[in-house]
Write a protein that binds this ligand. Structure first.
Ligand code: PEP
Ligand code: MN
Length: 394
């Protein structure tokens, strides 16, 4: 399959390699450090905030480097990033920066950033980014489906549910091996062994998988094995973890913290982008409100705002948001109608025996029925739900 980033024509030649499983090539220039994210405050020069120069995708790596050197020769800090079509960021622009970049035929557009986040801004990639987990695309017309148990509990359970969700139309398998639990006495996950089982389930079903990491030290060792990393709601502001995920070339599913504002959520994504990894999918999973009737409160309005504020795909987790199986299909349909780019849903063959989150798990048959309803609605909204490996024509 083509890499969706290159389908977008979004990667410039100096970019992170898009194919293959290896770690990314070293980024060009000095990545913009978190402390350099800028401000929307007017500067003494009269310019507001950092300057973003969207560069022509036809520029070679050498040509981009030349431009960075020209800026640096004028005492301007500048970095290049392979986000969107590729861009150069000048955190503290002077009139010389505007002159140089404004007259440059290799620059397609200048943006005065008025947000604390830069690389995630919608206008950096107005068409929206598409991010693939294995062969499953999130963003653009594609509406992606991730399903599986909350936690990997054992071989038989995982293989049974993986087979069932694949048959039901899932494109990506989920399952936590490293579980951040509210109680220290609750099941903490199978750790490495859980990842072994996910690898086996992938081989059996053809489903790529996403699994949560809770510690920066887990990122590199898992790189060759996972298809995507999940950052859980509790870790959305684990900045060391986000920095480690900026160093790799695998997609990152970034859940919103239960009390995070939109800006905090996007800035968490910005850590990953600024580290050099453009493959971020945002996930709204419910926020903490006064409401006790659902586990959290699904904030679809902020999901829709995240789509407008950023170019990143945004998916919805109706399982954690509601904690109630009977609300998962209605909220999934609402998410599709509201413009989300996909779903992540907890499914278990025997919810009553589940070691975590059993009370919110869908049965495989209910998952399959929900997918059929989503399939019926998607075309009316201009969205496409791919069949997934289990249903693909041979
Ligand atoms: C999970 O996906 O099982 C999970 C723990 O989710 P969250 O981080 O959104 O609570
Ligand atoms: Mn869970």
């Amino acid at each position: 399959m083509d890499d969706p980033q290159s389908q977008n024509g979004t990667l410039s030649p100096f970019a992170i390699p898009v194919a293959g499983a290896g770690r990314r090539a070293p980024a060009e220039g000095q990545p913009l450090g978190p402390g350099a994210l800028g401000t929307a405050e007017p500067r003494a020069s009269g310019h507001r905030g950092p300057l973003l120069a969207l560069i022509s995708p036809s520029l070679s790596e050498r040509e981009v480097r030349m431009r960075l050197e020209q800026l640096r020769a004028r005492d301007l800090a500048a970095s290049a990033y392979a986000v969107g079509q590729g861009l150069i960021v000048v955190p503290e622009p002077t009139p010389a920066a505007f002159e140089l970049l404004g007259a440059d035929p290799g620059v397609e557009r200048l943006i005065h950033a008025d947000t604390p986040y830069l690389l995630a801004r919608r206008d950096v990639c107005p068409a929206g980014s598409r991010v693939a987990i294995g062969g499953a695309v999130f963003g653009g017309e594609a509406f992606g489906l991730i399903a599986g148990p909350c936690a990997v509990e054992g071989r038989a359970e995982l293989l049974a549910v993986a087979t069932a969700v694949a048959a039901g139309g899932a494109q990506v398998l989920r399952g936590g091996a490293f579980k951040p639990r509210t109680s220290p006495y609750a099941f903490q996950g199978l750790g490495e062994h859980g990842i072994d089982l996910l690898v086996e389930a992938r081989a059996l079903t053809g489903l790529p998988f996403v699994s949560e990491v809770v510690d920066p030290a887990q990122v590199e060792p898992l790189h060759a094995r996972v298809d995507a990393y999940q950052v859980g709601a509790r870790n959305m502001q684990n900045y060391e973890l986000l920095k480690a995920l900026g160093e790799v070339d695998r997609p990152v599913l970034l859940k919103r913290g239960p009390s995070a504002t939109l800006e905090e959520w996007i800035l968490a994504a910005e850590y990953v982008l600024a580290g050099g990894n453009p493959r971020v999918i945002l996930c709204e999973r419910g926020i903490r409100t006064f409401n006790r009737d659902t586990r959290f409160t699904l904030d679809l309005a902020t999901m829709a705002l995240a789509k407008r504020a950023t170019h990143l795909p945004v998916i919805v987790d109706p399982s954690h948001a509601t904690g109630r199986p009977e609300l998962i299909a209605p909220m999934a349909l609402a998410a599709l109608a509201a413009g989300a780019d996909g779903l992540i849903v907890e499914v278990h063959a025997h919810p009553e025996a589940a070691l975590s989150d059993g009370s919110q798990a869908l049965l495989p048959a209910d998952f399959a029925a929900m997918v059929e309803r989503l399939r019926g609605l998607a075309p009316q909204l201009g969205r496409r739900i791919e069949p997934g490996p289990a249903r693909r024509e041979p």
